[in-house]
Design a protein around this ligand. Structure first.
Ligand code: PHB
Length: 392
């Protein structure tokens, strides 16, 4: 028994990219179906990054009158770069007239799931996707197994892979599951959530002799912090005391408020851009198309920028039979993607201490950091990229 469903756009993945795409398409009168392998609870409880660009916030407010970005989220008008034992604030509004918001991704997802389900969106959880059947190039189909173990076939006019870094849809676009440009890094982040008051009002990106640390926040009671570690580190291995020692030693000049560690994880670093973002009537968005190291806080923002372009292109293709925008989707998306790749790589290389760094490398890095903070042009460059280039 196979259940066959017909839709205009089949979206694989109910993350920020897939959910926003379905909303933008619905606003343009284009119906879609979303499938995701995870349960709703899993989607709403997975801890991810938390910085939203000004553009992203403007878009969330425009599509969702009930967004909690202004009530649960917090506007941040700057970050601190710390190195050589001293803090240097980068003030976003005075440099570029924009800000960012600290609003964790799982909260964004709660808002978006409520929005789409409330609007009657056909959204199926627990669907295992086998792949895309593109035998009929104008009617690709997503094939898989639904949450009850029954075969599911989703026939569409267009298929979108918004299914994250382990995308199953990617093979239909690039010809293989992994086809793309890669860069691995010789370190990872050890991340914690802890029950403690904030140690700083804004994010601190700290470069120290002992490696990088990021002090972020979640709420008045819960904080998020990271420190650079070896990629093979076992998240369960260090004791709480060892974690606090590692963190404290990397933020010289600040005594972090400690508290019970309620979650710990190791985040691998990878830069990736798929060789192709679209083939025929199948396209990739978000982490399925590209991943960036988290240092630049670009992941979710970049996914949403892809979706803004793709939604307009699909509206034009499916309601006006105009192929101009879909034909230029990849090129226009890649323009921003490679800028974000560069920014994320740059922040990463400037702030982390590579395991094989020489004394020369270390002094050069401090020279680079001083160049950035001591010049208005340097600070503005960082602020412009961090708060986000304008959307199309
Ligand atoms: C976070 O709060 O989880 C966070 C913030 C900024 C980053 C990465 C992660 O660059």
């Amino acid at each position: 028994m196979t259940t066959t469903i017909r839709t205009r756009v089949a979206i694989v993945g109910a993350g920020p990219a897939g959910l926003i795409l379905s909303q933008l398409l619905a606003d343009a009168g284009v119906e879609s179906v979303i499938v995701d392998s995870r349960s709703r609870v899993e989607i709403e409880s997975t801890i991810r990054a938390g910085i939203l660009e000004q553009n992203t916030v403007d878009l969330l407010r425009a599509i969702d009158p009930a967004t909690r970005v202004d009530t649960v989220g917090h506007r941040h008008d700057g970050i601190e770069l710390r190195f050589d034992g001293e803090g240097h604030r980068i003030d976003f509004p005075s440099l570029v007239g924009r800000s960012v918001w600290l609003y964790p991704q799982h909260e964004v997802l709660k808002d978006l799931l409520a929005l789409r389900l409330g609007a009657g969106q056909d959204l199926r959880f627990g669907v295992t996707i086998d792949g895309v059947d593109d035998g009929d190039p104008t009617h690709p189909a997503v094939v898989g197994t639904d949450a009850h173990g029954e075969a599911l076939r989703l026939e569409a006019d267009f298929v979108v892979g918004a299914d994250g870094s382990r995308s199953v849809v990617r093979a239909a676009v690039t010809g293989s599951r992994s086809g793309g440009y890669f860069r691995e890094y010789p370190f990872a982040w050890f991340g914690i959530l802890c029950e403690a008051p904030p140690s700083a009002q804004e994010l601190i990106y700290s470069n120290s002799e002992n490696g990088f640390a990021l002090i972020s926040q979640r709420s008045p009671e819960v904080q998020r912090m990271y420190f650079q570690c070896d990629p093979t580190t076992d998240a369960a291995a260090p004791s709480d005391a060892e974690i606090w020692d590692a963190l404290q030693s990397r933020v010289p000049g600040t005594t972090l408020a400690e508290g019970p560690i309620i979650q710990r994880d190791v985040l691998r670093f990878r830069s990736f851009v798929a060789h192709e973002l679209r083939r025929g009537r199948v396209a990739l968005v978000g982490d399925a198309a590209h991943t960036v190291p988290p240092t630049g806080a670009k992941g979710m923002n970049l996914a949403i920028a892809d979706v803004v372009l793709l939604a307009e292109a699909l509206r034009s293709l499916l309601t006006e039979s105009n192929e101009r925008l879909i034909d230029s989707y990849a090129e226009r998306a890649l323009d921003r993607i490679w800028k974000a790749q560069h920014f994320s790589w740059w922040m990463t290389s400037m702030l982390h201490v590579a395991p094989d760094a020489s004394d020369f490398d270390r002094r050069r890095q401090l020279g680079e950091l001083r160049t950035v903070v001591s010049s208005e042009a340097g600070r503005a460059y960082l602020a412009e990229a961090y708060t986000g280039w304008p959307l199309h």
